[in-house]
Structures are given as structure tokens and as C-alpha cells.
Design a protein. Structure first.
Length: 448
């Protein structure tokens, strides 16, 4: 039996108008996380934000909830400006966020007691939502006694207990196993479908395309750096939805194609670097992860679809995409459309012995402008060592939209793997060893 919502035009609950949000980095630089984002949130819909890590999905949710204030723009709740916390919102967090010293019933009832509800009414409300999320019999259990799926049921029940008009869910199923996640998705759609009760709307953040196609009535695809709305898909598929249906797969493929166009443009990253000299923003991926990707591709005949890679590797889309981008930056893979393909350089790398791979990785790394400049700094520095703060400050100035501390960690990881330099954590120094030759020699090799 299909789940139907009322056909009448839905009322507007929240309206975000031209929202821009910036954060100050530890280095003092300012990063624009959201830029000119406008989005209407209606009654009787499941609205999903989909996009890569760093596109501002969770930040936008927190702006909607009133947890943080934007630098510019307006947030309206039922037509009125939102001055502080949104009274119609409750949030289900990714990390469960349960009090370990409280039982299931106490965790759920805590928010109600904080609102001044009488003890008898709290017990009735807790009993109602415990039954709704399938936790009957576990009221007196503590979080340590529950599975991940049961902990998230408690988080959902706690949010439902305050009867919010908008239930915000920040990647709520990413910490549970696949079967539990599938069950929870169906249950969330089930209790949302009851028109007589809240929540009237669900506002969710996800990185999983199939998840949002299964649940959402509207899907907002965001682009990153800074975060902005790229496209909004209407999802007319009737409930309950079938992952295997042709219509379901067509919408999944359409969204995949758009995300691929945004995140993996069909041109070589190395060519872009040549046209526009400067420091390359190193993706958040270790040298070992890049080599692991090459080995996975080799096992799959030298190429794979990026979305299939996500399933094969078992990591979230944003992380796999970062590793792919790192490999492309080093010219060991290419990304035509949504495929990831070993280049000739990548194939040669895989045929080498472990010591030979170390040398080959060094040759790939020293072609990058960022490593050329850092090696030159080390070659010229007294004792061939440079303060960590000098490097991170340079990163903040040269790459203002990136996290300099994260970039520094990647820089050190690649540099160590290539035997170019090392990092003294206690003295907070980057140093080349042996002092007189290594950096200068590699710099000359990079320039030749």
C-alpha cells in the first residue's frame, strides 16, 4: 500500500534567503563556507541536502536550526525573522550524542524536563515515542548496553518527543551497519507519513545518493568552496520506494552524473596547474590511501566507476573522492566522466618493487609547485629546518579556502613517504635530512 501525503499546496515553514557564512581559521584567515544560499523548506516534505565533504551541508542545517548565525542573509520561520534557536526544530545527530549515565527513558525525557513538562506528562510522551521507534522493553537500558542502531533509535525518539515541526537529521545512518540503516530509513518515512502528527517536515543531510532518493521528496545538490545550491531535484516516486526499480535507478544515475560533473570535471588536473602556477590544494588523502586506490583499480582491470569504488572500498563518497583527486593530481589516474582509470604512469608504478615505488612516488611529488617551494625553503634555511608555523602561515596565505592544518598534515605525510623531509612534532619543525643534499638535489630534479 503506497504512502500518500495530502495533495494540497504545502505551507512554507522556513525560508533561507541569500545566506552567507564564514569561519575564521586557526591561522587567522577567513573561509567562506556558504555563499548566497537561498532555500525554501515546506511542510509535508523530506528535504535532503546532498554534496561532497566541505560543501556546507551541516553548516546550513545549523543556520536553519538557529544554532549559528550567518554573516549575511535572512532566516525566516513561519514568515518571521529567526533571532535565535528555531522553536520548531529538533536535531538527530550523527554521533548519537546520548548521556551515558542516563537510561533510554531518561535520555528521551531530559529535553522534556528542560522545557518544564510535568513528570507524568514526560512519562506518557516517552512511552509514546519509545513504542514508535521500536524500543519497548529497553526503557531502563543504558547506552553502553545498546547496539549502534538502537542508540540512533534513542536519538530519533528524543527528537520526536518534543514534537518538532522540522526534524533535522545530520547523516543519521552513517554510524550504523547497512541493514540497520535500511530499516531505519523505512521507519523514518513511516512516522513522517502520519499527517496527524509532527514532524511535518524532515530536513536531512547525507552523502549517500541512494539514501536520499529512497527517502526525500526534494533533493538539493550542493557545490563546494564556497557552498552553494547547484541543483534541486523533485522526487515524485511513490512510497514505499524500491531500490531496484528502473525509475529509482534513473534518478540515482541522473544525480550521480551531476555530482560527477561538479566534482570530477573532465580535464586533467595537472594541465590546470600548468596554466595557473601556484600551490596545489592537496586533497585530504594519505600516500598509502592513494597507493591502495591504484591497487584496487588494478584488481578491477585498471578502471572503475567512482560510485562503485565507494562500495568496493567501503568509505564515504567524500573520502573516496579525495583519494581519487589526490591520485589525479599525481597523474596516476585519470577521470573521464565518472570513471577512474589508471594512467600509464599509474600502471608503471604498480609494476615496481616497494623500494622502487618509493623513488617513483618522490619523482611524482616533486613535480608539484607546493613541494618545489617547500624544498627550496628547506634548502635555504639554517640547518635545513623551518618552523611549522611558517609553513602553515604560507599555506593559509597561498590557499585561503583550505584548512592550513589539514594541508600541513597531508604535506608531511606525502613528504615523509617520498623521503623528502620529516616533521619534528615536539619542536614543531619541518626538516630535511641529510641537511646539505636532499632538498637541493630533489629541487634540481624537479626543475630539470
Amino acid at each position: 500500500m503506497a504512502i500518500e501525503k495530502a495533495p494540497s499546496k504545502p505551507a512554507l515553514l522556513c525560508d533561507l534567503q541569500h545566506v552567507t557564512k564564514m569561519y575564521a581559521m586557526p591561522s587567522g584567515a577567513t573561509v567562506k563556507v556558504l555563499e548566497d544560499v537561498s532555500l525554501a523548506v515546506n511542510e509535508e516534505e523530506i528535504l535532503a541536502l546532498l554534496g561532497p565533504s566541505g560543501c556546507g551541508k551541516s553548516t546550513l542545517m545549523r543556520v536553519l536550526a538557529g544554532l549559528i548565525q550567518p554573516e549575511s542573509g535572512t532566516v525566516l520561520y513561519r514568515g518571521k525573522p529567526l533571532p535565535a534557536l528555531n522553536p520548531g526544530v529538533a536535531i538527530v545527530f550523527q554521533s548519537f550524542a546520548l548521556y551515558p549515565w542516563l537510561t533510554v527513558a531518561e535520555n528521551i525525557g531530559e529535553a522534556l524536563l528542560a522545557r518544564g513538562m510535568k513528570a507524568g506528562d514526560v512519562r506518557a510522551s516517552v512511552e509514546k515515542v519509545v513504542h514508535l521507534v521500536g524500543l519497548t522493553g529497553f526503557e531502563d537500558a543504558y547506552p553502553r548496553e545498546l547496539s549502534g542502531g538502537m542508540k540512533q533509535r534513542v536519538g530519533i525518539a528524543r527528537a520526536l518527543a518534543v514534537e518538532p515541526e522540522i526534524l533535522c537529521m545530520d547523516e543519521p545512518f552513517s554510524q550504523v551497519d547497512a541493514l540497520t540503516a535500511e530499516t531505519l530509513r523505512g521507519e523514518v518515512v513511516r512516522f513522517w507519513s502520519d499527517k496527524a502528527t509532527n514532524p511535518k517536515t524532515i530536513f536531512m543531510v547525507s552523502h549517500d545518493v541512494k539514501e536520499v532518493v529512497f527517502m526525500a521528496t526534494r533533493i538539493v545538490v550542493m557545490a563546494a568552496k564556497p557552498g552553494r545550491v547547484r541543483h534541486i531535484f523533485e522526487n515524485p516516486l511513490p512510497y514505499p520506494r524500491d531500490y531496484r526499480s528502473p525509475a529509482f535507478q534513473r534518478l540515482v544515475d541522473e544525480i550521480h552524473a551531476l555530482i560527477t560533473e561538479i566534482e570530477m570535471p573532465d580535464h586533467p588536473v595537472v594541465e590546470v596547474a600548468r596554466k595557473k602556477p601556484g600551490w596545489e590544494p592537496l586533497p585530504d588523502a594519505t600516500a598509502s590511501e592513494v597507493i591502495g586506490l591504484l591497487e584496487v583499480l588494478d584488481d578491477h582491470g585498471g578502471q572503475d566507476d567512482v560510485f562503485d569504488l565507494v562500495e568496493h572500498i567501503g568509505r564515504e563518497f567524500g573520502k573516496v573522492l579525495a583519494v581519487v583527486k589526490a591520485a589525479e593530481l599525481l597523474d596516476v589516474v585519470d577521470t573521464p566522466k565518472q570513471d577512474v582509470v589508471l594512467t600509464d604512469s599509474g600502471r608503471r608504478f604498480l609494476k615496481l618493487s616497494v623500494p622502487e615505488r618509493k623513488t617513483s612516488f618522490r619523482e611524482l611529488v616533486v613535480k608539484l609547485h607546493i613541494f618545489k617551494d617547500v624544498l627550496e625553503m628547506l634548502a635555504r634555511a639554517d640547518r635545513h629546518e623551518v618552523d611549522e608555523e611558517i609553513i602553515t602561515s604560507s599555506l593559509a596565505l597561498r590557499l585561503p579556502y583550505e584548512d592550513p592544518d589539514r594541508l600541513f598534515r597531508t604535506l608531511v605525510d606525502w613528504g615523509r613517504h617520498a623521503d623528502l623531509f620529516d616533521h619534528d612534532v615536539e619542536r614543531r619543525k619541518l626538516f630535511a635530512e641529510p641537511p646539505p643534499g636532499t632538498a637541493s638535489t630533489e629541487l634540481r630534479a624537479a626543475e630539470s
